[in-house]
Design a binder for this molecule. Structure first.
Ligand code: ADP
Length: 883
C-alpha cells in the first residue's frame, strides 16, 4: 500500500499548523518512524502510519491535514507505548519520540514539540525492554586496512569499551560479537561496501552504516575528548589505536544523536585487549554452553551461567555473566578472585549475611542510567534510597580479616549518607510513577510545598463547614458538596428539594435526578484550592527535577558502588554454588600440567545425579594429546567438555567440580565437536568441520586447550582417517602446535599413534558387553579400544531386531574378510572390499611418488654433510613405511 499523492505533503492545499510541525520534525528524522505526541496518544502519519499499522497490526485511520485528502494515521496509547516500541525495534526500526514540550494549558496556539530521544534496537532503555541479568550492547565497527576497531556501549548502564583487532581481525571480530551479543551495530562505509562480510554481520544483529564523517579519526577523537572533557585520550590508554578510536568516536556521535546528549552516565572509556583474557571463539562459546544453551528449549540451567548464578542483584548477575563470557588470563587476578571466593566458601555465616544484605539492593547501575536519561521518577528515587540505606549492612557484613579483593570492594562501597538522607527527607512514601501529578515530595522538606498543602487541607475543612452551613440555611438535609474535573466544585440538590434552593445559588449543571449549583463563596474557595494545587504540582515537579539534576552530578559515585556490589554479588554467587555442588578450589600455575582428580561435568552431573561417574585427567608436556576411544554414548564428549569447563571455570575464579585440580594458565580454549552438532547453516557439515579445524590448527599454542570430537567423520573412512591422523601429527608437534589436546575418535586405528608420535597417549571410556547389550561404565582408563559396540548402541536406540541381526551377520563377514586379499567370493561386500583395497593401493602409490619427488628435488649441492645425513635418515624412515 502506498500513500496517494494528494495526501502527500507538497500537494495543493494548506497544511494545518500541526501538520506543518509534524512534517518539519519528520524531515529532521527521515530514517525513523515518528511517534508524534497528541494528548494521551503517539500518532503516526503518512507512510509511517502505513508501515506501523502493518507491523503493529493496528487500525489505519485518517486525519484532516488541510490537504484535499485525509492523511493516513494510526496511533498507540502513551500508556502502552513500551510494548509497541519493542515490536518495532525487534524488527529493526528506529523510532523518534516527539513529545509536547510545553503544557497545552500554557500554550497559545500550537504546543511546542520536539524529539526527545530516538529509540533504536541497541539503545532501548525502557523498562520491560531490558533483561535484568544481561547487558544490552550497541557496537560500532570500523574496518580499516590494518585493523578492525570495535567499540561497545550499554546505554542502560553507561558501560563504554573499545578494542582493536589486529591479528586475524575478521575472525576475532566474530568471536567478540558472539561474546557481546549486540542488539545493533553501526559500521563504517568501507565495511558496508564489502557486501558478503556485511551480510555475515547482519546475521548477528541489525547493522547499518553510519555517517563517514563520524568515523574520521580527527572528528572521532574530538568527539570523545569533548564528551569525556579530557585534553587527550592518552589517559584512557587508547592513543595509537586509530581504528578503535574511530569506532568509539562514531559510536559516541551516534549516541549523542539518538539519545539527545543524555549520556552523563558514560563516564569512562575502558580499553580492552583480547590477550588479557582467556580467548574463546564463537564456536567454543556455543559448544560449551557458557551463557547460551545450544538448544533454546533446554532451559536456563543448561548453561554454566544458569548453573552458577546465585546472585541477589541484577548488577551481580550481569557481572557474573560478563566474568563467564570473559575468563581471565592473569594468574594474580584469578588468584585474587579465588581467594575471595574461598573466604566466602569457608564461612557460610559470612556468605549468608552478605546475601541477606544484598537482597535489599536494587539495580543502582541502571538507576544511575535513568538519572542520566531523566527518566528517573520518584519511585526510582525511593528504590535508590532503599538501596543506599542497605549498603552499611553490606559493608558491615564484610569483616576485617578478609582477602584483599573483599577488603577493596568493601572500601569501594560508598553508602552516600548525604544522598540517602536527602532522599529520605525529600521523597514522599508512596509516590506515583509520573512526576507531573504531584505527590512526590514529603511534607517537611520544603516550606512552600507545606504551605500549599496546608491551604488545600484547610480548604477541605472549609468545604465541610460550608456544606453543614448550607444544609442548615436551606433546610435541605441531603445537600452535598462535590467535585469533578470538568465542572469543578458544586453544591448538589436532588430534584425533590429544588423548591428550597435560594436565589444566591447559581445553576451549573442539570442531571437526571439532581441539579448542581455554585455560590460566590464556593467559587472563591475553588479558585483558591485549584490554584494552590496547580502551584503545588508545579513546585513538586520543579523540586524533583532539581533533585534529579543534583543526582546527575553523583553518577560516578553510584557507578563505583554499583560495580563493587556487582563483584561482591558475583563472588558470593560462586561461593554459594561451590558449596551447594561440592566444588573444590583449583590451583592455577604457570607450568604445563593439567591434573584433575575426580573431575565432573558441572551440568551433566546435575542431570545424572548419583549416576555420574567422576574421572581423572592428566596432561602435560610429555602427555599432551589424549586419544580417547570408546563406543558412541560412552561419554567421550562429556568427558572432554568437562575438562574444558573445569579449565574455564578456574580462570573465571570459580571453584571446580573435582576433588582437586591443578591447572596451567590457558591462553585459549578451542572446540570442534561432531558433525551432527553443526549449527552453521548453508555450508556442508564436512566443510564446517574442516574450516573449524583449520582455525584451530592455525591459532592454537602450547598454552591452549583443544577439544576435537570425531574429526574427519564427515567424509569417507580413508579420507577421514588420513585427515584425523595428519591433524594429530600437527597438533602433537611441539614446534608447530603442542597444545594440550583431547581427541575423541571412533577410528581405533589412531590408537597406533601412541608410541609413534611423541606426546600421544591412548585412553578409552569403558563399556561392557552384557549378553546382547552394552553397559556403559563411563570410566576413563589408559589404553586403546578395539571394539565399537555400534550395533549394541543401535539396539539401545531401538532399531528393529531384524535390522540388528542382519547387521551382526554383515559385521562377522567383514571381520572375517581379508582386506588385503579380497576374493570375489566375498559376495555382497566383495565389491566394496575390492574398492577399498584399490583405494589403499592408490594411497600407497601416491606416497611412493611423493618420496621419489622429494629425492629428485633434493638440493644436494647446498647441503652440509650433517644436513645430508639427516635428510637421508628421514628418507630411509619414509621408505621403510612403504615396504
Ligand atoms: P559420546 O560422546 O561418547 O557419544 P556423550 O558424552 O555424548 O557420549 O554421553 C552420552 C550420555 O551419557 C550423556 O548425555 C550423559 O547423559 C551420559 N554420561 C556421559 N558421561 C557420563 C558420566 N561420566 N557419568 C554418567 N553419565 C554420563
Amino acid at each position: 500500500m502506498k500513500t496517494s499523492d494528494s495526501a502527500k505533503p507538497g500537494a495543493s492545499g494548506r497544511l494545518t499548523p500541526m501538520m506543518q510541525q509534524y512534517l518539519s520534525t519528520k524531515e529532521e528524522n527521515p530514517d525513523c518512524l515518528l511517534f508524534f505526541r497528541l494528548g494521551d496518544f503517539y500518532e503516526l502519519f503518512f507512510d509511517d502510519a502505513i508501515t506501523a499499522s502493518r507491523e503493529l497490526e493496528i487500525t489505519l485511520t485518517g486525519r484532516d491535514c488541510g490537504l484535499p485528502e485525509r492523511a493516513p494515521m494510526c496511533g498507540v496509547p502513551q500508556k502502552a507505548v513500551t510494548g509497541y516500541l519493542n515490536q518495532l525495534i525487534q524488527k529493526g526500526y528506529k523510532v523518534a519520540i516527539c513529545e509536547q514540550l510545553t503544557d497545552p494549558k500554557d500554550s497559545e496556539g500550537i504546543v511546542e514539540r520536539g524529539v526527545v530521544r530516538i529509540v533504536t534496537p541497541g539503545t532501548a532503555v525502557e523498562e520491560g525492554l531490558l533483561d535484568r541479568d544481561r547487558n544490552h550492547y550497541i557496537v560500532s565497527i570500523c574496518h580499516s586496512e590494518k585493523a578492525i576497531g570495535l567499540a561497545s556501549a550499554d546505554v542502560s548502564t553507561g558501560a563504554f569499551t573499545v578494542m582493536e583487532l589486529t591479528e586475524n581481525p575478521r575472525v576475532e571480530l566474530f568471536d567478540e560479537l558472539t561474546r557481546l551479543a549486540p542488539s545493533e551495530m553501526i559500521v563504517n562505509g568501507a565495511l558496508k561496501e564489502d557486501a558478503a562480510f556485511f551480510e555475515a554481520l547482519r546475521r548477528i544483529a541489525f547493522a547499518d552504516s553510519y555517517a563517514d564523517w563520524a568515523f574520521q579519526l580527527d572528528t572521532a577523537r574530538k568527539n570523545l575528548e569533548t564528551h569525556f572533557a579530557v585534553a587527550s585520550l592518552a589517559s584512557f590508554g587508547c592513543e595509537g589505536m586509530d581504528a578503535g578510536v574511530r569506532a568509539a568516536g562514531a559510536l559516541m556521535a551516534y549516541l549523542n544523536e539518538t539519545q539527545k546528549n543524555a549520556l552523563a552516565h558514560i563516564g569512562k572509556l575502558a580499553v580492552e585487549t583480547r590477550s588479557h583474557s582467556l580467548m574463546l571463539d564463537a564456536v567454543t562459546r556455543r559448544n560449551l554452553e557458557l551463557t547460551k544453551p545450544l538448544n533454546e528449549g533446554s532451559g536456563k540451567r543448561a548453561t554454566l551461567f544458569g548453573l552458577l548464578n546465585r546472585t541477589k542483584t541484577a548488577m551481580g548477575a550481569r557481572m557474573l555473566r560478563a566474568w563467564i563470557d570473559q575468563p581471565l588470563f592473569d594468574k594474580d587476578a584469578i588468584d585474587a578472585r579465588l581467594d575471595a571466593v574461598d573466604a566466602l566458601f569457608r564461612d557460610p555465616i559470612l556468605t549468608g549475611s552478605v546475601q541477606e544484605s544484598l537482597q535489599e539492593v536494587f539495580d543502582i547501575e541502571r538507576l544511575a542510567g535513568k538519572i542520566a536519561y531523566a527518566s528517573f521518577n520518584a519511585r526510582d528515587a525511593l528504590a535508590l534510597k532503599r538501596s543506599l540505606a542497605a549498603l552499611p549492612a553490606v559493608r558491615d557484613a564484610l569483616q576485617n580479616d578478609l582477602p584483599p579483593m573483599l577488603c577493596d570492594l568493601r572500601g569501594q562501597i560508598d553508602p552516600m549518607e548525604d544522598i540517602c538522607d536527602l532522599l529520605e527527607r525529600a521523597i514522599a512514601l508512596d509516590p506515583p510513577a509520573t512526576i507531573k501529578e504531584g505527590g512526590l515530595i514529603k511534607s517537611g522538606y520544603h516550606e512552600q510545598v507545606d504551605a500549599y498543602r496546608d491551604a488545600s487541607n484547610r480548604a477541605e475543612e472549609w468545604l465541610a463547614a460550608i456544606e453543614i452551613r448550607e444544609r442548615e440555611a436551606t433546610g435541605i438535609k441531603n445537600l452535598r458538596i462535590g467535585f469533578n474535573k470538568v465542572f469543578g466544585y458544586y453544591i448538589e440538590v436532588t430534584k425533590s428539594n429544588l423548591d428550597q434552593v435560594p436565589f444566591r445559588f447559581q445553576r451549573k449543571q442539570t442531571l437526571a435526578n439532581c441539579e448542581r449549583f455554585i455560590t460566590q463563596e464556593l467559587k472563591e474557595l475553588e479558585s483558591q484550592i485549584l490554584g494552590a494545587q496547580d502551584k503545588l504540582v508545579a513546585l513538586e515537579y520543579e523540586l524533583f527535577v532539581a533533585l534529579r539534576d543534583l543526582l546527575t552530578g553523583e553518577i560516578a559515585r553510584f557507578q563505583q558502588t554499583a560495580s563493587a556490589i556487582a563483584q561482591l554479588d558475583a563472588l558470593q554467587s560462586l561461593a554459594a554454588s561451590a558449596a551447594e555442588y561440592g566444588y573444590a578450589r583449583p590451583v592455577i600455575h604457570l607450568g604445563d600440567a593439567i591434573e584433575i582428580a575426580d573431575g565432573r561435568h558441572p551440568i551433566v552431573e546435575r542431570m545424572e545425579k548419583d549416576r555420574f561417574v567422576a574421572n581423572d585427567s592428566a596432561l602435560d608436556d610429555g602427555h599432551r594429546l589424549m586419544i580417547i576411544t570408546g563406543p558412541n554414548m560412552a561419554g567421550k564428549s562429556t568427558y572432554m567438555r568437562q575438562v574444558a569447563l573445569i579449565a574455564i571455570m578456574a580462570q573465571i575464579g570459580s571453584f571446580v567440580p573435582a576433588t582437586s585440580a591443578r591447572l596451567p594458565l590457558m591462553d585459549r580454549v578451542f572446540t570442534r565437536v561432531g558433525a551432527s552438532d553443526n549449527l552453521a547453516g548453508g555450508q556442508s557439515t564436512f566443510m564446517v568441520e574442516m574450516t573449524e579445524t583449520a582455525h584451530i590448527l592455525r591459532n592454537a599454542t602450547k598454552r591452549s586447550l583443544v577439544l576435537l570430537d570425531e574429526i574427519g567423520r564427515g567424509t569417507s573412512t580413508f579420507d577421514g582417517l588420513s585427515i584425523a591422523w595428519a591433524v594429530c601429527e600437527h597438533i602433537a608437534d611441539p614446534v608447530l602446535c603442542g597444545a594440550k589436546t583431547l581427541f575423541a575418535t571412533h577410528y581405533h586405528e589412531l590408537s597406533e599413534l601412541e608410541g609413534i608420535l611423541d606426546g600421544v597417549v591412548n585412553y578409552r571410556i569403558t563399556a561392557k558387553e552384557v549378553g546382547d547389550g552394552v553397559v556403559f561404565l563411563r570410566k576413563v582408563v589408559r589404553g586403546g579400544t578395539d571394539k565399537s559396540f555400534g550395533i549394541q548402541v543401535a539396539r539401545l536406540a531401538g532399531l528393529p531386531q531384524s535390522v540388528i541381526d542382519r547387521a551382526r551377520e554383515i559385521l562377522i563377514r567383514l571381520e572375517d574378510a581379508d582386506l588385503n586379499h579380497p576374493k570375489a567370493s566375498d559376495t555382497l561386500l566383495g565389491f566394496d572390499l575390492v574398492a577399498q583395497a584399490e583405494h589403499l593401493e592408490r594411497n600407497e602409490n601416491a606416497r611412493q611418488s611423493a618420496l621419489i619427488r622429494d629425492v629428485a628435488n633434493l638440493e644436494t649441492d647446498a647441503m652440509t654433510p650433517l644436513e645430508a645425513l639427516t635428510v637421508l635418515t628421514q628418507l630411509k624412515t619414509q621408505a621403510k613405511e612403504l615396504l
